[in-house]
Design a protein around this ligand. Structure first.
Ligand code: NDP
Ligand code: 8X3
Length: 283
C-alpha cells in the first residue's frame, strides 16, 4: 500500500511519498553537471523523479541537458551557469537558486579537475591555482551556501567527490592529490560539524574513470587522454551515478561516510594493471 506525508518544513511543492514513489519531488543540486560524473548523476536522479539543479560554466551544455532530462523524464530542471572559483558568482547563483527552491535534499560537490601533471619543481603555478580554486575553494563556497539551508531543514545529504588521489599520492600528482586530500579532510569535518542536524555526508573516492577528466588534465590532447585508459576497463560515469543513487537511498539512520571505488584492475592510485595482465576466470 502507498502512503504519503507532507513535510512541515517545506513549501507545498515538496511532497514526500513513501512506497514506490519515494523520490517524487525531491531536489538535488549538482556542481560540474555538464560532463562526466555530474552529468551521469543528473541523469540518474532525474530518472528517479528528482528536481535537478545542474551547474557548470558551459551554458549550452546545461541547456542541452535540461532539454533532454525534461523531455525524457518529465522532471523540473534548473540550470545555473557560473564559475565555481568565483565567490561572488557562487553567491549570486545560490541566491537565485534559493528563490526557486525552498528545500534541498542533496548537494553533490563534484565540480573539479586536474590541470597538468608535473613534478613539484617544474609544476605550472597557474595550474596549481586553478586546481586549488576549483577543487577546494569552489567546494567550500558551495558548502557554505547550502549547509545552513540543510541545517534549517534538519535534514539533507552532502556528497563530496574525492578521489583515490586523495588517499595516496602518486608521482607528478602533487597539487591535484593535495586538493583531494583536502576534500577528504573537509568531508570528515563536515560529517562532524553537521552531525547534530541530521545531515548525511558521503565522500565517494573514484579511481580512474573515463570522462573528460584526462582531456582537461592534458589541455585538449585527445591522444594522451585516450592513452590514459588504454588497455584498462576503467570506471564509467554511470558507475559513480549508480553508487550515488545507492548511498542516497539507504535507510534514514544509515550514512556511508567514505567510499572508495576503482575498476577491477586498480587497487590504489599507484597500483593498477592492464586488463591483459589479469588472470582470467576459468569459466
Ligand atoms: P569532467 O571533466 O568530465 O567533468 C568536470 C566537471 O566540472 C564539468 O562539468 C565542468 O563544467 C566542471 N567544472 C570544472 N571547472 C569548473 C569551474 N571553474 N566552475 C564550474 N564548474 C567547473 O571530469 P569528471 O566527471 O571525471 O570529474 C568530476 C569530479 O570527479 C572532479 O572533482 C574530479 O576531480 C573527480 N574525479 C575524477 C576521476 C576520474 O578519473 N575521472 C577519478 C576521481 C575523482 P564546465 O567545464 O562546464 O564548467
Ligand atoms: C582522478 C583519478 O588517478 O587520475 O582523481 O588521480 S587519478
Amino acid at each position: 500500500m502507498r502512503s504519503f506525508s507532507f513535510s512541515p518544513a517545506t513549501s507545498s511543492k515538496h511532497i514526500i511519498f513513501t512506497g514506490n514513489l519515494v523520490n517524487m519531488s525531491k531536489t538535488i543540486l549538482i556542481t560540474g553537471a555538464t560532463s562526466g560524473f555530474g552529468k551521469a548523476i543528473a541523469e540518474k536522479f532525474a530518472q528517479g523523479g528528482y528536481t535537478v539543479c545542474i551547474c557548470g560554466r558551459r551554458q549550452e551544455r546545461l541547456d542541452a541537458l535540461k532539454a533532454s532530462l525534461e523531455q525524457e523524464y518529465g522532471v523540473k530542471v534548473i540550470t545555473l551557469a557560473f564559475d565555481i572559483r568565483d565567490r561572488k558568482q557562487v553567491e549570486d547563483a545560490m541566491n537565485s537558486l534559493k528563490e526557486q527552491v525552498t528545500y534541498l535534499d542533496i548537494l553533490v560537490n563534484n565540480a573539479g579537475l586536474a590541470s597538468g601533471l608535473a613534478t613539484i619543481d617544474e609544476g605550472n603555478i597557474d595550474d596549481w591555482e586553478i586546481m586549488i580554486d576549483t577543487n577546494l575553494k569552489g567546494l567550500l563556497y558551495m558548502t557554505r551556501q547550502i549547509a545552513p539551508m540543510m541545517r534549517s531543514q534538519a535534514k539533507g545529504h552532502i556528497f563530496n567527490i574525492g578521489s583515490t588521489a586523495g588517499k595516496l599520492v602518486y608521482k607528478n600528482g602533487n597539487v591535484y592529490c593535495a586538493t583531494k586530500f583536502a576534500v577528504d579532510a573537509l568531508n570528515q569535518a563536515m560529517r562532524i560539524d553537521l552531525l547534530p542536524y541530521g545531515i548525511k555526508v558521503t565522500e565517494i573516492n573514484p579511481g580512474m574513470a573515463e570522462t573528460e577528466f584526462s582531456l582537461v588534465r592534458f589541455k585538449g590532447d585527445e591522444e594522451r587522454a585516450k592513452n590514459t585508459y588504454a588497455g584498462i576497463n576503467a570506471l564509467q560515469a554511470n558507475d559513480i551515478a549508480d553508487i550515488a543513487w545507492f548511498c542516497a537511498n539507504l535507510p534514514a539512520h544509515v550514512c556511508i561516510n567514505d567510499l572508495t571505488v576503482t575498476c577491477l584492475t586498480q587497487a590504489t592510485s599507484v597500483y593498477a594493471i592492464k586488463e591483459a595482465e589479469r588472470v582470467k576466470p576459468v569459466n
